[in-house]
Ligand binder design. Structure first.
Ligand code: NAD
Ligand code: UDP
Length: 352
């Protein structure tokens, strides 16, 4: 059992991970400014974990990772004199298109925010960190499946900001390696997280028109949008549509728990791991599986390719399996079933 700080814990991946960590017996402090989430997700996490609203095991601090004062409040929020033992750092901005339009905002929240967090961790004597990185670092991959050794070549400001934080973490790790308390760091490169908790009580709640395939397909299935546009039917893939490595958000949440356990149990190290299923699915396969899960076909039209897309990105997931003893267990059908349970039970998300 550890006291953990979860930045961005109210968001999509953070909320599912909070649930898994509470169920594993940990106590959490969540720091979130709710820029892209609602406190309601954490109320539901408490419900699912069968904990009361006043539970000391989940404290919520509304605040910004760029604010030293907010970070100090979060580090001081554990009960008694126990300090924060490790941080899982989800907080950040993640919309590729928005990052192209507003690079300053992305460098500020993702890089300057991470820098502030790391400085606060050093000040509070906490040097254990799990960081949300992304497969977007690989840009247009030359070899698929993609191993962690593939070149880092991001193609947009969002990807550049994630690559910069990865580099900062490597620099900090190197600088403190010979000290009394070296850093223990996991840089987790997620592929395409989708789905929801099987209860349908927590899930992904994007603002405005979704950019990503899964939330868009769900909103078509519930009737909020007329039809899906499939970006490209002429990719060099089996059915001509783009291929991605979709990972159920509960598998991803469990991957975080496994990474944390390994970091805290083993000698200090800098772990860099792909978190994906190792299996690719095309857009048309997703459309068909979602239609089966929701009980009605998802209308779609094939339109030209979207700028910046790659034909196929699939993880080589073997290193995470070897290092963490973790691998995904949920199928595309599970992702669609649970995603549909969330969408149909909460047609307007958390109603934020
Ligand atoms: P999300 O937007 O649902 O969650 C991010 C959370 O961070 C939100 O609750 C938001 O309110 C909070 N936040 C944003 N700026 C903040 C700030 N300045 N201070 C405090 N809190 C702040 O996104 P998610 O999908 O849960 O992603 C979590 C992390 O994983 C992000 O760092 C993202 O870049 C990374 N990631 C996501 C995906 C994906 O497809 N969802 C893929 C790869 C990596
Ligand atoms: N996609 C699509 N229509 C949409 C959104 C996405 O055809 O409205 C395709 C996209 O071209 C890619 C796949 O779905 O092949 C996954 O896209 P998403 O944006 O979800 O993830 P990413 O491209 O970041 O991996």
């Amino acid at each position: 059992m550890a006291h953990l700080l979860i930045t961005g814990g109210a968001g999509f991946i953070g909320s599912h991970t909070c649930l898994v960590l509470l169920e594993a017996g940990h106590s959490l402090v969540v720091l979130d400014n709710f820029a892209n989430s609602s406190p309601e997700s954490l109320i539901r996490v408490l419900e699912l974990a069968e904990l009361g609203f006043e539970s000391e095991r989940l404290r919520v601090i509304e605040g910004d990772i760029r604010s030293e004062a907010d970070l100090n409040r979060a580090f001081g929020a554990t009960p008694g004199s126990t300090g924060i033992e490790a941080v899982i750092h989800f907080a950040g901005l993640k919309a590729v298109g928005e990052s192209v339009a507003h690079p300053l905002r992305y460098w500020d929240v993702n890089l300057a925010g991470s820098r502030s967090l790391l400085a606060a961790m050093e000040a509070h004597g906490c040097r254990n960190l799990v960081f949300s990185s992304s497969a977007t670092l690989y840009g247009y991959p030359e070899v698929v499946p993609i191993a962690e050794t593939a070149p880092i070549q991001p193609i947009n400001p969002y990807g550049h900001s994630k690559a910069a934080v990865e580099q900062l973490l490597a620099d900090l790790y190197g600088a403190r390696l010979q000290s009394q308390t070296p850093w223990r760091i996991a840089r987790l490169r997620y592929f395409n997280p989708v789905g929801a908790h099987p209860s349908g009580r927590i899930g992904e709640d994007p603002n405005g028109t979704p950019n990503n395939l899964f939330p868009f397909v769900s909103q078509v299935a519930i009737g909020r949008r007329k039809q899906l546009q499939v970006f490209g039917g002429d990719w060099p893939t089996a059915d001509g549509s783009g291929v991605r490595d979709y990972i159920h958000v509960m598998d991803l949440a469990e991957g975080h728990r496994a990474a944390l356990d390994v970091l805290l149990a083993e000698p200090p190290q800098l772990l860099t791991l792909n978190l994906g299923s190792g299996q690719g699915h095309s857009v048309l396969e997703v459309v068909s599986a979602f239609g089966a899960a929701s009980g009605q076909p998802v209308p779609y039209e094939i339109v030209p390719r979207r700028a910046g897309d790659a034909a196929a990105t699939v993880a080589d997931a073997s290193l995470a399996h070897g290092r963490l003893g973790w691998r995904t267990s949920r199928t595309l059908q599970d992702m669609c079933r649970d995603g549909w349970a969330w969408q149909s039970g909460n047609p307007k998300g958390y109603g934020k």
